[in-house]
Design a protein around this ligand. Structure first.
Ligand SMILES: NC(=O)c1ccc[n+]([C@@H]2O[C@H](COP(=O)([O-])OP(=O)(O)OC[C@H]3O[C@@H](n4cnc5c(N)ncnc54)[C@H](OP(=O)(O)O)[C@@H]3O)[C@@H](O)[C@H]2O)c1
Length: 479
């Protein structure tokens, strides 16, 4: 389902829908359901069939219990953090130690970096015993050893899976080795941790997933799929009566993957209304989920009206239905520069001679929008857009926005085929049902009226005169 969410965003023209059939039901019954979905397409793109019911995904606000407590952390507990030497792993280790945990096992494939070593020294000063274990959790034998070694020191009471990696790229650029690297720790690694810890009486088993597995994310197909696996496995654990929760985190401010993003990527997130969270806010939100944590929840600092108006397709996606409050809707309309399919009408009502420059200005504003720049920032007409900040991710976003505004499908290679503002504008002009060519239209009119006159003159000639004229023309060609 994860990859499907990205396909839907990168290629809206394919109308990708994710349908999860019911393995407990017959093939015939599932086939009837599937055909019905295919013959009656809807805007729903995350559909699950269970117990003869059609269930569609919705994001809804979560209301914690009035009597919420905190993540259970005990002095005599033993906490394993996979990915514990990474940004969020270390922040969590500090939090657990500050809350009284006295035994922590932190694992990663590499040994502790100088930064991790200094955090470990801090933890030890707080009185914690810290074991650093170099384990690749995608190796079954290493995971068995990790759990056996940790349990022998002191029974494990909590596991956090915070291992993962990013390697972004649009679907057309992805190959299996790249996908496998991103998927491995969150699929194979998590599965091993789950299987080899089944005998342990864990108070919690937390999967660090990402908000992108809720919303989808262009150019992050493998990462979205990897995080969807975390969500699915935690749902499965809960259905089996085990502890388990998947947190779809938004970006964190202090450390980790999001803190390492460059300015352009940060700007892109903030233009979507997604802000980096402080660790304090993140842990406070995590605490409020206890004593009855849901199987999956998103924790993020997000301004929904901005997100709904700028995230591709979000304004129509049923997933966000309950987040489109009247106030959010008003803001969405106000902050959106143009409504979908607005350009043809806008251009039509402009003088023909001014249409190309208007189109150029509109395209330029959209380029600036996806780059998070001021809408009137000057873009040199012949400068390569990929040299002025556009990348494969923003190219997909731009292509999708232009397609919606022009109300016509556009090729995925649009920005590669027409890499400058000028080339792009000229190409888009040919895609619109609006005339741009004042002079050409007049010239064509002259040409066609000249042809009409010639035809009328030929009508006046006799058969012999026509044959002579033809012979003369053929003679000219032969010469
Ligand atoms: N940071 C954020 O804002 C954010 C937001 C949403 C979700 N998340 C999720 O939170 C988790 C932690 O992210 P982070 O920001 O702390 O990332 P990070 O700083 O890159 O840390 C990830 C850690 O995972 C470890 N790891 C990767 N593959 C592994 C494997 N096969 N076996 C064992 N360890 C492995 C890495 O260590 P080695 O390379 O040494 O193995 C690394 O230290 C990730 O799952 C991420 O998807 C983070």
């Amino acid at each position: 389902m994860g990859l499907g969410k990205t396909i839907a965003l990168e290629h809206p023209e394919w109308r990708c829908q994710c349908i999860d059939l019911d393995s407990a039901d017959s093939t015939e019954s599932n086939a009837v359901f599937l055909v019905d979905e295919l013959l009656n397409p809807s805007l729903e793109n995350q559909i699950v069939r269970r117990n003869a019911m059609r269930l569609c995904a919705r994001l809804v606000p979560y209301r914690p219990a009035e009597t919420s407590k905190t993540l259970p952390v005990r002095q005599h507990g033993h906490y394993l953090i996979c990915g514990g030497l990474g940004g969020l792993g270390l922040l969590l280790a500090k939090r657990l130690a500050a809350r009284g945990a006295r035994r922590l096992t932190l694992c990663g494939r590499k040994s502790a970096s100088p930064e991790a070593a200094s955090v470990i020294a801090e933890l030890e000063q707080l009185g914690a015993i810290v074991h650093v274990n170099q384990t690749d959790i995608t190796d079954a034998g290493q995971v068995q050893d990790l759990i056996a070694t940790a349990s022998a020191q002191s029974p494990l009471t909590g596991i956090v899976h915070a291992a993962g990696m990013l390697d972004d790229g649009v679907l057309a650029q992805l190959d299996w080795p790249r996908c496998r690297r991103v998927l491995a720790a969150k699929t194979v690694g998590l599965q091993y941790l789950h299987e080899y810890s089944l005998h342990l009486p864990l108070e919690f088993f937390i999967g660090f997933s990402s908000m992108v597995s809720l919303t989808g994310s262009p150019a992050q197909g493998a990462y979205v799929a990897a995080n969807c696996f975390v969500d699915g496995l935690m749902q499965q654990r809960r259905a089996e009566g085990l502890s388990g929760i998947s947190i779809n985190w938004g970006p964190w401010a202090e450390a980790g993957m999001a803190a390492r993003l460059d300015d352009k990527q940060r700007l892109r997130l903030s233009s979507l209304g997604i802000l980096p969270m402080s660790a304090e806010d993140a842990f406070r939100a995590l605490d409020r989920l206890w004593p009855n944590p849901p199987a999956q929840i998103g924790i993020m600092d997000i301004h929904w009206p901005s997100f709904l108006s700028h995230f591709p397709g979000a304004s129509d996606m049923p997933l966000f239905e309950s987040l489109r409050q009247p106030s959010a809707r008003t803001l969405t309309t106000e902050s959106a520069p143009t409504s979908p399919a607005a350009w043809p009408a806008q251009l039509e009502s402009t003088a023909v001679a001014d249409r190309r420059s208007l189109l150029s200005a509109l395209v330029s504003a959209e380029i600036n929008r996806v780059l998070g720049a001021e809408s009137n920032r000057f873009i040199a007409p012949r400068q390569r857009l990929f040299d002025s900040g556009l990348d494969s991710l923003t190219a997909v976003e731009l292509k999708n926005r232009l397609s919606a505004l022009l109300a016509c499908p556009l090729n995925t290679t649009l920005l590669f085929d027409y890499p400058t503002l000028e080339a792009l504008t000229n190409h888009l002009a040919t895609m619109l049902p609006v005339s741009f060519e004042v002079i050409e239209v007049a010239a064509q009119a002259t040409t066609s009226s000249a042809i009409d006159e010639q035809t009328a003159a030929l009508d006046l000639l006799s058969q012999q005169q026509l044959e002579d004229l033809l012979a003369e023309k053929l003679g000219l060609i032969a010469e």
